[in-house]
Write a protein that binds this ligand. Structure first.
Ligand code: CTP
Length: 208
């Protein structure tokens, strides 16, 4: 096993199923402490100096919303198996939470987020690039349910945000980034064949 971590990047539109693919892979290696999931969302910029009103107006589907420099610097450290202190994000407050997470010495990092393929520096640090390709209507339904149930949003706010920023930014930045993928996975978490293939690949990397 090489003394460098392997980074697997999983991109795709909002609510495409990135998390469930990452989680299915992680579950297979759980307990070994060799695999770690990192959410790009944890690298949204800190907005604690802004009012709630200002935070609600942020376009969270534009690359500027992310602290890309911190993500790139942490990925470079993780690649060398060095220690990082990762921020965590609070969607209900639209800013970072007070909690940080120490991560070090992992063989496989699974990085999932909407801009993993769109950001050149991030993309270049990934060894395997995946795009989860799920139809927009399915993604919208999933997002509506999730944001109301888990992210403390109203139906109206989810619909407005989808039309004003999520959809146009998806078309401008995320969909075009598909061309950088090594593998395109249709229908996210339900695609067990694709997940099994990835698990086999990671097992061979880990020498399991
Ligand atoms: N977002 C938001 N409010 C914030 C921060 C982010 O509404 N304060 C939204 C952005 O609009 C962006 C989405 O969070 O579209 C990114 O998360 P998403 O990719 O939907 O979630 P994952 O669980 O990572 O993805 P998946 O559903 O594919 O598993």
């Amino acid at each position: 096993m090489e003394n460098k971590a392997v980074i697997i990047g999983i991109a795709g539109g909002s609510a495409s199923g990135k998390t469930s693919i990452a989680q299915s892979i992680y579950d297979r290696f759980k307990g070994s402490h060799r695999v770690k999931i990192i959410k790009q969302d944890d690298y949204y910029k800190d907005q604690s100096d802004k009012t709630m009103e200002e935070r609600v107006k942020t376009n969270y589907d534009h690359p500027f919303a992310f602290d890309n420099d911190l993500l790139v610097s942490d990925l470079k450290k993780l690649k060398k198996k060095e220690r990082i202190e990762k921020p965590t994000y609070d969607y209900s407050k639209h800013t970072r939470s007070d909690i940080t997470e120490v991560i070090e010495d992992r063989d496989v990092i699974i990085l999932e987020g909407i801009f993993v393929l769109a950001e050149e520096e991030v993309r270049d640090l990934c060894d395997i690039l995946i795009y989860v390709d799920t139809d927009a209507d399915i993604r919208f339904i999933r997002r509506l349910r999730r944001d109301v149930e888990e992210r403390a949003r109203t139906v109206d706010s989810v619909c407005n945000q989808y039309l004003e920023t999520v959809r146009p930014m998806h078309e401008q930045f995320i969909e075009p980034s598909k061309k950088y993928a090594h593998i395109i996975i249709p229908e996210g978490g339900t695609n067990t064949v694709a997940i099994d293939l990835l698990i086999t690949k990671i097992s061979s990397i880990l020498g399991d």
